[in-house]
Design a protein around this ligand. Structure first.
Ligand SMILES: Nc1ncnc2c1ncn2[C@@H]1O[C@H](COP(=O)(O)OP(=O)(O)OP(=O)(O)O)[C@@H](O)[C@H]1O
Ligand SMILES: [Mg+2]
Length: 263
């Protein structure tokens, strides 16, 4: 199924990220089954589906963590199926993980400084050559802005290891945003968070991402997606079974049968 926008056209022009016939098998199980998907350059879209449907697998295929058994991945009109995850990050494809991934041994502010430093160097550096003193030299308004917006200013000088999950997840999103991505892939950004923390993340996405970049969000807490995304797709058994605007997709008989399991 083609993932064109609700009105049939890509939001922001030609697709920035696309998949054609994307297939990934684990033994006899097909985690992604010939998936066709397109994301507009300024579109915010959601992917929902039951546990084990293949949602994270699709992200792993799009970001180069897995090579597909069949099919191709496109970015900005160019095939990137064989590019490494690092090469895709350089193109501007960023993601967050189902379990927050931050540098737990560093302070909150140093995580953000590191993300900023990477962006300035366009990924041409490793943590190896850096020490905390060097990181102290990295300063930018965008770092303070991020801290403030996510109410992390007070925690700026705490080690990340001491933070609750909600703060870690906010930090991970802030790190991805500091890299000025063109496509942002979020794997269950609301999982394990309080309503208040989810509200902060939603506000940050609205403020920093809407109509500025392409965002694809995997989420189980679908009511939060309702007023956030332009389009939603339902993945079941490695296949996109429905795609369109939130209400139409959720009300559709095929979603009710395969996702909600009601007739
Ligand atoms: N590296 C792997 N090796 C073997 N099987 C895998 C691997 N990764 C995923 N799978 C299997 O592929 C299927 C899809 O998994 P995936 O993690 O993509 O689902 P998901 O939709 O993200 O689920 P959840 O909502 O629980 O996160 C599952 O049956 C899973 O066990
Ligand atoms: Mg998953």
């Amino acid at each position: 199924m083609m993932g064109t926008g609700v009105d049939g056209a890509m939001i922001g022009g030609e697709a920035i990220l696309g998949a054609r016939g994307l297939t990934k098998r684990f033994g006899a199980m097909c985690a992604a089954n010939s998936i066709d998907y397109h994301l507009g350059p300024k579109e915010m879209a959601g992917i929902i589906g039951p546990n084990g449907a293949g949602k994270t697998t699709v992200f792993n295929l799009l970001t180069g963590v897995y090579a597909p058994d069949q099919g191709s991945v496109f970015f900005d009109g160019r095939e990137i199926t064989r590019l490494s995850p690092q090469q895709r990050v350089k193109l501007g494809i960023r993601r967050t993980f189902q379990l927050a991934s931050t540098f737990d041994n560093l302070r909150v502010i140093d995580n953000l400084r590191l993300a900023y430093y990477h962006k300035q160097r366009q990924g041409r550096c490793s943590l190896g050559g850096m020490c905390s003193a060097d990181l102290g030299e990295v300063r930018d308004e965008s770092i303070d802005e991020c801290l403030e917006q996510l109410e992390l200013s007070k925690a700026a000088h705490l080690p990340v290891a001491s933070l609750p999950l909600g703060s870690k997840r906010k930090l991970e999103l802030a790190m991805a945003l500091i890299g000025a991505p063109r496509v942002l892939l979020l794997d269950e950004p609301f999982a394990g968070l309080s309503e208040m923390e989810i509200g902060q993340i939603v506000a940050m996405l609205r403020h920093r991402c809407t109509r500025r970049m392409a965002v694809l969000i995997i989420e189980h807490k679908i009511t939060w997606l309702k007023d956030l995304v332009d389009r939603i797709s339902v993945l079941v058994n490695g296949e996109i079974i429905a795609d369109g605007d939130y209400q139409t997709v959720l009300d559709s008989p095929v979603t009710r049968k395969s996702y909600w399991r009601v007739e």
